[in-house]
Design a protein. Sequence first.
Length: 507
Amino acid sequence: MTGTLQPVAPDEAVKRPGRWLALSVLVFAVLLVAVDATVLGLATPYISEDLEPSGTQLLWIGDVYSFVIAGLLVSMGSLGDRIGRKRVLLVGATAFGAISVLNAYATTPEMMIAARALLGVAGATLMPATLALIRNLFHDPRERSLAVGIWGATASAGTAVGPIAGGFLLEHFWWGSVFLINLPVMAVLVVVGIRTLPESRNPDPGPWDLPGVALSLVGVIAVVYAVKEAAAHGLTRATAGAALLGAAALYGFVRRQLTLPVPLLDMRLFRNRGFSGAVLADLLTVLGLSGLVFFLSQYLQLVQGRSPLEAGLAELPAAVGAVVAGLLAGHAARRFSVRAVVSGGLAAIGLALAALTVIDESTGYPLLGASLLVVGVGAGLSFTVTADVILSSVPKEEAGSASAVSETAYELGAALGIAVLGSIVTGVYRGFPSPPGTPAGAHESLGGAVEAASGLPAATARELLASARGAFVDGLTIAAGVGAAVLLATAAAAWFMLRGQRLDSRP
């Protein structure tokens, strides 16, 4: 099917032929992004050893993808509404695969950061388009809830496939191979998607607002950069300047959207309490999770001495819990209530993160595995239901923009989480006492300490590693505590903001 979706009778809309096959193509796009995000954590020690980035560069490698994707999601979601979501999705998937090759063969920290930024540009086209196409493929609310659950479960499955596949590749090939696994997924998506996905767009979209695109990009990146630098180095004149620039750009963006007859983003969506509550829950949930997850792979490998494949398998319970909970979330929200499922899921994540505040270098796997399972269940419940609420709050013509708001909250939360919680870990780590003769690079990252220890006498190396690992775990437990507090506070806020919110039960 091609061209703008035409009005159809209710029964035909509910039973659109080929909708489940089309969904299978969309989840390939989700898998593409999820795998890329999770393999980076496993590859970080190898990237650190090979490219020798500073601690700040290592954080940029981890979060510049999220910075760029967060800044462009609204613009790309709106572009899909205008020129066609299928077209944007397929072009973005092709670019994502090509730029993955550039990531794989990066030779300097600067090149790696630039490649990750370009990957963010391509990634910004994928997620809004997938959710928007689901909104247009599935008109029956119960079917749509199941489709969103499958969408979310696939993202969670990607968090399992990524570490396991990445762990296998890292044990047999060089670190760049973890990015090349994007290529076969991209190829399947494009080849099958051309034939099965229907094209859809807003029939009366208006012009694409390029000044608005620039304002949103500058505003989001400047604000997140300011938060990141303030967390790492304190408030400086440059940091304050970036924060003011970002705030001014975002203010200008909002004012401009309120005056345009056909805006990039309809700001009136935020008057809907359910929509605003769902977006806020997504942002704060990811903020509380992402910084901790970014460093957990390093803990499993560099502190506990697990191989990359073992570390990937160790993180599997989170993905399993999220997959199962995501598939059941829509039914649970209808049987109980939206706020009970979302708040309960967020509280479960918060309690699981609180349990991780007691870990040390020798913590056994039962505590880690159980905590990760609870985190996965909570995230599967919360993210699936909030995505359904956001999609149900808007007409299908604006599905791309609304989906982009949801994904912007997710990516912005990820960037802020890595910036704030990651900076807590790095800040605590950098101050560890080290034996005489320790290279300065050992204080930049735990990977740097492991590399430095390989060139020191055995006794000195043991002393260095013991001190560095202890400091890293101290930072990790503090970050877990902060994450737990954020999640529990978000659970309480969601309970009030989602009061009375229901998922549709009828077409």
